[in-house]
Design a protein around this ligand. Sequence first.
Ligand code: 4AD
Ligand code: MG
Length: 476
Amino acid sequence: NNRVKIKALLASDETGHEVTVMGWVRSLRNNQFIALNDGSTNNNLQVVIELGQLDEATFKRITRGASIRVTGEVVPSLGQGQKVEVKAKQLDILGDCDAEKFPLQPKKQSLEFMREVAHLRFRTNTFGAIFRVRHSLAFAIHNFFNQQGFVYLHTPIITSSDAEGAGEMFRVTTLPATNPPLNEQGGVDFTEDFFGKSTNLTVSGQLEGELGAMAFSDIYTFGPTFRAENSNTTRHLAEFWMVEPEMAFYDLEDNMNLAEQFIKYIIQYAMDHNREDLEFLAQRLADEEKQLPQDKRSELGLIEKLEFVLNNGFERITYTEAIDILLNSSAYKKKKFQYEVKWGVDMQSEHERYLVEKHFKKPVIVTNYPKDIKSFYMRQNDDGKTVAAMDILAPGIGEIVGGSQREERLELLEKRMKDLNIPTEEMSWYLDTRRYGSVPHAGFGLGFERIVLFVTGMTNIRDVIPFARTPKNCEF
Ligand code: 4AD
Ligand code: MG
């Protein structure tokens, strides 16, 4: 079996040997040239069939979308942009495709339409490129942490705690939806449920990650997380993937340094391994932006933007400085912000994007947020007002990373949890890390789809996850 993938075949100029290729027909030109794609690259392989070589019936079945197997000789190509092509000796139809009905038509189709045929969109150039880049970024994440000696810790999907304390969880239950058992107060009696208590899909693996860091020093998680926040935006998913490293003996500055190094590493990895796909996506973005008025277009192309990020340090400012910048901005003075700006408010995406896109024009790490807008586990600063938090904001996206140094002092953590009505007895397992050999530690969470958006230049998060889950939308 001489089966080869098209990417490997096109990468070499070796000719004269026989190969077998399999894939889906993208087009048939002049009844002679088949553009064949197998998903390994956006570059189609030209398969040449000689006139009269196939019987009429088989020939008619070579339609856009059909799957075929071809065995033939690799020969030098006269066509543009490819060194070799395959001269078919044997061609078999594996699966027919009615080209009239096939939703993927040769003309350019909108991303909105593609979301409606999401089950087929992998077979287009745009989504082929996006999901190969996504794959590489995922691979790079494991590479990076593995090289740094981090242990990949698998944290649970079903949990009984709310890591972010934001109450945005999907409940997991086996109780019947109608007439569930009730307790004396008339509420649902979860002691009758599968786990004997109320459980949810995890919003973050961090708390369990901290348990790991208290033994292995450095761990990371990388898995799906779930949030029932009803934000129907281009940046939010109900199911998204998060990368969460957690490091013992790290303070906030170590945390920022690692996060910046990590983000640059994975971008560099994609630049090194997915150049063609990134160039394709850069062109797609440039074409799309041509439709926009001049002032709405990006100053840099996609590749230049990524290079710029790789070659420049991220800006580092405190939350207090960020608010000052916003208050002194012309956007604020001209009342261009929809949401309020004052010390203590949670910055909205319009504010984050002003900082990165208009003011600094590069990624920004914002630190030391007011404690009241951040999670219970963040380390309290001496000023009594702020915590050692850090968010990384990226141009075009807004927040891509949220992290902090953790509160390692038992009394302060317990007090904070009590103030926020977080049950300390049920979370005794978590507090044990502070009871038995507590150490300063820190970590962060990178929203995987957000970095995929950034690297691919796409603008809607539904387009960078294979199967998007958003409010009122759970196909498949
Ligand atoms: O800022 P968040 O909520 O932080 C945490 O969950 C921490 N436990 C992380 C940690 O310190 N280990 O979420 C982290 C990141 C955000 O910065 C954002 O990129 C992404 O996760 N994110 C989402 N991505 C897509 N859809 C959503 N609904 C998201 N919510 C958060
Ligand atoms: Mg956050």
